[in-house]
Design a protein around this ligand. Structure first.
Ligand SMILES: Nc1ncnc2c1ncn2[C@@H]1O[C@H](COP(=O)(O)OP(=O)(O)OP(=O)(O)O)[C@@H](O)[C@H]1O
Ligand SMILES: [Mg+2]
Length: 282
């Protein structure tokens, strides 16, 4: 449905993508997870035909190239750098982007109002984007990506720099789009977002895709063991690494010297740490 085949791209001495190979299946919500400068936006830009790879190819919906206009219309893209016209209202922006994607007449009017409603901006539709908050601009940026109802969505950090209300709206939108059968590629450096939303996750660092899989499979393959921390009544603390923290904790029941117990399960952060030797958090 959407694939990168051995794609490499350099900018000067920076190798932004190295032999990047990934196939996204129809209906997936795929999370591309990596720190700043990992190559996420480069991968998206190449899939959109906006960045020319040094080598390798892109496949879209079987045979299409991103430079073919009909194929390009099957993709909706929300760029990381918000692309909106500040002087236009939210509705005017969406009418503009809808027209660019071939919508017109009653269909255009209906779709624009539908997506404005979905991103919760209908009450502000007539206001200029200039006066929107960062979160509202992010939501409109997403609305512009989906106005023509494309089957494939490439969302580059769709929640970057937004308030919790906008973040929830955007995550809910992605879930609802996924329920309607859309294929979504979602880049982020927020692990908890990827874990909550994505059916499959890929870890990218320094331009290389290090691992892909469901969150559960990545954690069991690369997450390492969970850690049980036990505090005792004498004030001492001990830590036990174990693949089965609940069993270990259950073994402490009835031990009167145990005052407190904490289980830190392996998570995507541990996966990233184990794969790269670094923490994903900046
Ligand atoms: N047009 C460009 N010119 C020069 N260098 C670039 C360009 N685009 C990307 N790079 C470099 O390529 C590398 C990958 O950048 P990219 O934007 O793909 O990372 P990213 O994972 O999207 O990062 P972020 O989380 O900060 O958005 C970085 O080192 C970046 O500085
Ligand atoms: Mg980026």
């Amino acid at each position: 449905m959407l694939g990168w085949n051995e794609v490499s791209k350099g900018f000067g001495t920076v190798r932004a993508l190295r032999n990047f190979t990934l196939r996204i299946e129809p209906g997936e919500v795929f999370g591309l997870l990596g720190p700043n400068g990992a190559g996420k936006s480069t991968a998206i830009g190449i899939a959109l035909g906006l960045v020319r790879p040094d080598s390798g190819t892109i496949t879209i919906a079987g045979e299409g190239s991103p430079r073919d206009p009909a194929t390009r219309r099957s993709i909706g893209a929300a760029p990381q750098a918000i692309a909106l016209y500040d002087e236009l209202s939210g509705r005017e922006n969406l009418r503009y982007f809808g027209r660019l994607q071939g919508l017109a007449g009653a269909t255009l009017t209906r779709r624009v109002d539908e997506v404005l409603d979905e991103v919760g901006l209908l009450p502000r539709a007539r206001d200029r984007v200039l006066g929107y908050s960062g979160g509202m601009k992010r939501r409109l940026n997403l609305a512009a990506a989906i106005v023509h109802d494309p089957p494939i969505l490439l969302l580059d950090e769709p929640t970057a720099g937004v308030d919790p209300q906008s973040r929830n709206n955007i995550l809910d939108m992605c879930r609802s789009l996924s329920r309607r059968g859309k294929t979504i590629v979602y880049t982020t450096h927020y692990m908890e977002e990827a874990a909550r939303l994505c059916t499959r996750v890929g870890i990218i660092d320094h331009g290389s895709l290090l691992a892909t899989g469901t969150v559960g499979s990545l954690i069991s393959q690369h997450g390492g063991e969970s850690v049980v921390t036990i505090t005792r009544t004498d004030g001492s603390e001990s830590r036990v690494a174990t693949p089965d923290p609940v069993r270990h904790a259950a073994g402490l029941i009835g031990d009167a010297s145990v005052q407190g117990l904490r289980i830190d399960r392996a998570d995507l952060e541990s996966v990233f740490l184990n794969l790269t030797g670094r923490s994903l958090r900046d």
